[in-house]
Design a protein around this ligand. Structure first.
Ligand SMILES: [Zn+2]
Length: 423
């Protein structure tokens, strides 16, 4: 059976290339969320022709949704001949802007030397195409399969997934009993299984001051200097403390195996006026946005306490220090068990197709698995796909055609195993 299945996938080599090209040629740039509907329809029309029931679900009133930029998701489901579990492949259809430095047309889908080039080739239209090919091959080779198979194309992953997977998860579309196993073909390399991601805490800190004439700063109180005091304590205390924390999570790249903090932005004082000349005032407000990525060994309370204790200490020790802090986003770290069914099934596929043992990794940044875990309460979920992680969001992004075919075989074999079919 497995041989026949792999042959079907091989036979679809040209098809997976053409599908990837078609997907790349729809520039689903986010923000603002361009061309989501035609891209969802490309997927939906194709799967409807193969017997899937297709639903288009617009995430109304989610960030960015408007008549001009509707947040259109597509969910396609096909039922087997008898009851059984459901395997779901979820891909985001949005891509980040092309940016500069391309030598290929970012939305041309050109093929050269065994690679398809374009924005989203690797992250993650190549992975989406591979999963569709894998499922189509399986349906042809085993038309009497049990259970159900779903394929979704969802929006806004690059901006947090609120109108995409989070929205669908709230509708129960990523929960049992509807769905049992989820594979997200994000670009993590075809021989690696991504078990989850680190946690995220975004927050905005504001220091307060009082406005006065810039020629007499002693009459006011400079909010930027107060923020400078915060940054000083971050440099001397917080950064060394975070760098010393190491995780047992197999995060890639290696540098992300510690806790990290990015100072995302600092804004203070009045905006510059004509010709960049200053408004001669003492700043009465300074805002800083921090991006803290944390480990499964840490709790969110502890992560927040490290920052708050510095701010509270400054309140006690620094004259007129006054601050405000606001949470912008929280994501709990997720790590699927290595013995989970979806992990074992994909690992077996990698051993069979690539004749090597898989590497188990954790993503440094988060992706839609967070919503499936937290809102859907579904934990049999991984990311596995053909793209090369380091190419994501870069100029001349590409996906290897062999990598798509190989990973499609792995996905097809894993689906067969998860549906309980004998090989
Ligand atoms: Zn992605």
């Amino acid at each position: 059976m497995l041989e026949a299945l792999f042959r079907r996938v091989e036979d679809k080599r040209d098809d997976v290339v053409a599908l990837t090209q078609d997907l790349i040629r729809i520039p689903t740039i986010n923000p603002p969320g361009e061309a989501y509907t035609p891209c969802a329809e490309l997927i939906g029309n194709r799967l409807a022709r193969r017997g899937f029931q297709v639903r288009y679900i617009r995430a109304e009133d989610t960030p960015g949704d408007s008549a001009r930029y509707p947040r259109t998701n597509v969910v396609a489901r096909i039922e087997g001949r008898r009851p059984g579990p459901c395997v779901h492949f979820n891909s985001h259809i949005d891509v980040v802007e092309a940016g500069h430095g391309w030598t290929f047309d970012p939305f041309g889908g050109e093929v050269k030397d065994g690679k398809v080039y374009g924005r989203g080739a690797c992250d993650m239209k190549g992975g989406l195409a591979a999963s569709i090919i894998a499922v189509e091959a399986l349906l042809e080779a085993m038309p009497d399969f049990p259970g159900a198979i779903e394929i979704s194309g969802t929006v806004d992953e690059e901006s947090g997934g609120f109108g995409g997977v989070a929205y669908l998860a709230r509708l129960g579309m990523f929960s049992k009993p509807r769905v049992d196993h989820v594979i997200i073909p994000e670009p993590l390399n075809k021989d690696r299984i991504c078990l989850g991601h680190r946690g995220v805490w975004w927050a905005e800190i504001e220091t307060k001051g009082s406005i006065a004439h810039g020629s007499m700063p002693f009459l006011g109180d400079c909010a930027v200097r107060h923020m400078g005091a915060v940054l000083d304590r971050f440099e001397t205390e917080l950064f060394p403390k975070l760098a010393a924390k190491h995780t047992d999570m197999p995060v890639v790249p290696e540098g992300a195996r510690s806790s990290t903090l990015n100072i995302n932005s600092v804004h203070g004082g009045q905006p510059e006026g004509f010709d960049g000349l200053p408004s001669p005032c003492v700043p009465d407000s300074c805002r800083m946005v921090i991006d803290r990525r944390y480990l499964i060994e840490e709790s969110l309370d502890e992560v927040k306490d490290e920052v708050m204790s510095i701010l509270d200490d400054l309140t006690r020790t620094r004259q007129n220090f006054d601050y405000r802090i606001r949470d912008l986003m929280e994501v709990i770290p997720t790590m699927t068990d290595r013995d989970a069914p979806v992990v074992r099934a994909v690992a077996d596929g990698i051993r069979e197709v690539l004749a090597k043992s898989p590497d188990y990794v954790i993503s440094p940044g988060s992706y839609d698995q967070k919503h499936i875990a937290r809102i859907g309460h579904l934990h049999d979920c991984i990311a596995y796909g053909p793209g090369i992680l380091d190419l994501a969001h870069r100029p001349d992004e590409f996906v290897g055609i062999d990598d798509m075919v190989d990973s499609a075989k792995v996905m097809a074999q894993a689906t067969m195993a998860l549906l309980g079919m004998a090989r």
